[in-house]
Design a protein around this ligand. Structure first.
Ligand code: PA5
Length: 445
């Protein structure tokens, strides 16, 4: 098993009796997934995806990735939320948060259309000057404003540089198989298109073309990624709170939530996990935060954030629990150098691998936070491989669905995301929103 849940730091916070009491709720959540009769059941396509994915499209993704690698220096991934976070999380986790600056034979990768910032887009346009560029625009609905704006900008840039026909060879589109403005436009233009399956929502889509194409361009083994997820699917298919760690994690979250632990902090000890934490926050925040319920997902990277949020976690409001991710074999070691003069007094750790120092810092922090009244769930990930990444992704996805059903919400919709969009459209003067515009403007005065 590439992912193991260690619940030793929960003793005193969660009792056997509580596990026993929550079993029926877990069973009900399990049955809703297996029988596909729970809320939002038409969005359960990701459950079997690691086995039942489109093999023909998977092969096309590999071919496209090779073509992109050969034909550009800069690859721009355009998308927002579930349409970009998974790819970015995996690339940074397995390659580096400094991916664009490391030695590599793959293109630089930039993400666009994930904000509304003139500075970001102007900077990226400048970065592209004098360099060969390909883009992958990703939008399931094909209508989301942020990526649509970025696509307009970078498509225009490519058409100016390579002509409409030349640009066509450099534009890759991932969208709905039949619906939406982007699909219609891509068909008209003859772009190479990939599918976001109907039954897979954005935040569960990293193992579809949404994530796989950018991940493959970064030179990551997508076969291994899928294999990890497929093995996780097998491991997490049984309704057993003792042996199914994903189900146990979902159960623990709900037990803690019912005891007032309403914020979960996902803690990593490697900077390359920062975007993975962001992916996790969207997955859980958008799946559970509804009907005035849900655990608030937060994240930290230690030891960095022990020097910013450490005080609060140790001693602030006691509504927190932590889920700590430990990478057991990081694949890199770095010894602290010995210094003859020892002016800094650090020779007591000279020749010690930083992995060892990190492990001890983690253990010390776990004990300190538990002493401070913060339950800690430890998730041990075997290594930093594509296989383990796929395993971990599936662990969090299935746990999220089970946890959401246990909470009594539909984990697969996101009605709340529409509220800001409607207001923004009205204020921008989009046709059809005229009535709202006056009312909102009056409130802003
Ligand atoms: O998880 C989700 O469904 C959302 O985060 C979407 O991915 C995000 O809003 C982008 O939507 P779209 O892919 O339709 O542009």
């Amino acid at each position: 098993m590439s992912v193991k849940l260690n619940d030793k730091y929960l003793s005193g916070f969660v009792s056997q009796h509580e596990y026993d009491c929550i079993r029926p709720l877990l069973t009900s959540a399990h049955e809703q997934i297996v029988n596909r009769n729970g809320a939002g059941n038409d969005f359960l396509g990701w459950v079997d995806l690691p086995e039942n994915y489109d093999k023909e499209e998977f092969a096309r993704i590999k071919v496209a990735a090779e073509k992109i690698k050969k034909s550009c220096d800069v690859f721009i991934v355009i998308g927002i939320g579930g349409s970009y976070l998974g790819a970015r999380a995996v690339i940074e986790f397995l390659k580096s948060p400094n991916y664009n600056n490391i030695k590599k034979d793959t293109p630089d990768i930039y993400f666009a259309g994930c904000d509304i910032s003139a500075a970001s887009i102007a900077e990226l346009v400048e970065i592209c000057e004098g360099r060969d560029v390909c883009i992958n625009v990703i939008s399931k609905s094909g209508t989301t404003t942020e990526p649509a704006v970025a696509f307009r900008v970078f498509r225009g840039m490519l058409e100016k540089k390579y002509g409409v026909e030349g640009a066509k060879e450099r534009i890759f589109v991932t969208t709905d198989k039949a619906r939406g403005t982007l699909k219609g436009f891509s068909d008209k233009m003859g772009y190479d298109t990939y599918v976001v399956p109907d039954d897979v929502g954005g935040r569960f889509s990293v193992l579809t073309a949404v994530g796989l194409l950018p991940i493959a361009v970064a030179g990551i083994d997508i076969d291994a990624l899928m294999q990890g997820a497929a093995d996780a699917r097998k491991a997490y298919s049984v309704n057993d709170i003792e042996t199914n760690d994903a189900y146990r994690y979902a159960a623990i979250r709900n037990i803690l939530y019912n005891k007032g632990k309403t914020t979960e902090i996902l803690a990593g000890y490697e900077s390359y996990a920062r975007m993975f934490n962001e992916w996790f926050k969207q997955l859980y925040g958008e799946s559970e935060g509804k009907d005035q319920k849900g655990i608030f997902p937060a994240s930290v990277i230690f030891s960095t954030d022990l020097h910013s949020l450490g005080q609060y976690i140790q001693d602030g409001m006691r509504n927190l629990f932590e889920t700590v991710i430990s990478i057991e074999d990081t694949g890199v070691s770095f010894n602290i150098p010995y210094d003859e003069e020892n002016i800094d007094g650090l020779n007591f750790v000279a020749n010690t691998d930083l992995n060892t120092v990190k492990k001890l810092a983690m253990q010390g922090t776990l004990l300190a936070h538990v002493d401070g009244g913060v339950p800690n769930i430890l998730i041990e990930v075997a290594d930093r491989s594509a296989y383990s990444m796929g395993y971990l992704i599936y662990f969090f996805e299935i746990a999220c669905a089970v946890s959401g059903y246990m909470l009594g919400v539909n984990p697969f919709n996101q009605p709340g995301v529409e509220a800001y969009k409607k207001n923004m459209f009205a204020l921008l003067g989009k046709p059809g929103y005229e009535d709202m515009k006056a009312e909102l403007e009056a409130r802003l005065k």
